[in-house]
Design a protein around this ligand. Structure first.
Ligand code: HEC
Ligand code: HEC
Length: 347
């Protein structure tokens, strides 16, 4: 937020100065600041000042996100595995990259990442820009490599002009491309839900939704410890007892090398679940009924199961069917259908 305001001031100062410069410098006109609105009730987001959002940067990032030019066989774009209709995740349990091979994990939805600092299921990207650089290099995803990607973009009929408009230079490099994609991703903000209206006192829950809300936010369900707050995630890493010791996958351990992190994964937001099936890091559950059955009856008491999963030693919460339905009804109040249909988000 602070960064954006600073940028606006700098940009205005620049305009003042430009008035007195000869018209030949017209092609170095500053890009137009893009004002990212923080939804009511959301915390402020953090943005590196050097990557303040501009209309031109967002537009460039959107074009890059949807362009298969960044994959080796020119057949896969970011949007191939992050579909708007799926809240920018993938309806397939595993996605298929340019080499025809499956990804290791289920694709993650991309929205409200302005309020996240660590990315991927195992947290291996520590900034948005770091994340955005990885798919082009990943042999399971785009497998092109940035040297070749920069060559292709530089030879394209649109990109050099668009980089110039966004960043003041037509000399393309991977960091600028990543910054542009991040600018676009920052605009993927989703908050138009019944839940948000309820928070503002503008909607009321049905008795079933209200029952679900209470289970979710009390010791009965205990979901709020990890999926609480207005973002519906604590943005941290936990082991929620999906697997027994024999089947645990490394997760956060592959980043920290700390045995106590073995089998911990990033807590996904539970906003927009209506669009993000299948669920969990490997997409093992097709329905929310299966998810809730798991928390109720099949939690595995593995060596790193989170202390917040209190009933892990007895298989879970032991919910009855009306409690299960209520939890689902409550979670579905966080559904934002305008987001998955917003035409501004596609080129
Ligand atoms: C072949 C499918 C595929 C392609 C192409 C792809 N992704 Fe992903 N993306 C995934 C998968 C799978 C994950 C989760 C992977 C993991 O955790 O290891 C993911 C994770 C992410 C995340 C992390 C979200 C979070 O909450 O931590 C972001 C952001 C993202 N991708 C953006 C992009 C961008 C930008 C591009 C294009 C440059 C891209 N992806 C291309 C499949 C893909
Ligand atoms: C200890 C923290 C924790 C608690 C408590 C917890 N969860 Fe989760 N939840 C997670 C983590 C971590 C994942 C991802 C696990 C994975 O894929 O390995 C997850 C995944 C989910 C998903 C799948 C989301 C997606 O996009 O894949 C849903 C839905 C969900 N939890 C709902 C609930 C409900 C309902 C409760 C309460 C009954 C609950 N959670 C309690 C941490 C928690």
């Amino acid at each position: 937020m602070f960064g954006v305001f600073t940028f606006v001031i700098l940009a205005l100062a620049q305009c003042e100065k430009d008035k007195y410069v000869s018209p030949s410098s017209a092609d170095s006109i500053e890009p137009t600041p893009y004002y990212l609105k923080v939804p009511q009730g959301f915390p402020d987001y953090f943005l590196e000042q050097q990557n303040a959002l501009t209309n031109e940067g967002v537009e460039l990032g959107r074009k890059l996100f949807f362009d298969p030019i960044l994959s080796k066989n020119r057949d896969v774009s970011c949007a191939s595995c992050h579909l708007q209709s799926s809240s920018f995740s993938d309806p397939r349990a595993l996605s298929i990259g340019t080499n025809g091979t499956a990804t290791t994990f289920h694709s993650m939805p991309i929205f409200n990442i302005a309020w996240m600092n660590e990315f991927f299921w195992d947290g291996r990207a520590k900034s948005r820009e770091d994340q955005a650089l990885q798919p082009v290099n990943n042999p399971l995803e785009m497998d092109l490599g940035w040297i070749e990607a920069v060559k292709r973009l530089s030879a394209d009929s649109d990109y050099p002009r668009m980089f110039k408009a966004a960043f003041g230079t037509s000399v393309i490099d991977s960091n600028l491309a990543a910054q542009a994609m991040v600018q676009y991703e920052m605009t993927l903000v989703s908050s138009e839900t019944k839940f948000d209206a309820w928070l503002k006192g503008q909607a009321s829950f049905t008795p079933e939704e209200e029952m679900g809300r209470i289970i979710f936010n009390s010791e009965r369900g205990d979901c709020f410890h990890c999926h609480g707050s207005i973002l519906a995630t604590d943005n941290s890493f936990h082991n929620n007892g999906l697997d027994g010791d024999a089947d645990l996958k490394s997760g956060l351990y592959s980043v920290t090398n700390d045995q106590s992190d073995f089998g911990k994964f990033k807590t996904p937001t539970i906003r927009n679940l209506a669009f993000t099936s299948p669920y969990m890091h490997d997409g093992r559950f097709q329905t929310l009924e299966q998810v809730v059955d798991f928390y109720s009856d099949s939690v595995q008491n593995n060596r790193n199961v989170d202390v917040l999963m209190k009933k892990a030693n007895s298989g879970g919460l032991g919910l009855n069917s009306s409690e299960k339905n209520a939890l689902i009804a409550f979670m579905l109040t966080m559904t934002d259908s305008s987001f998955t249909r917003n035409p501004v988000l596609v080129p």
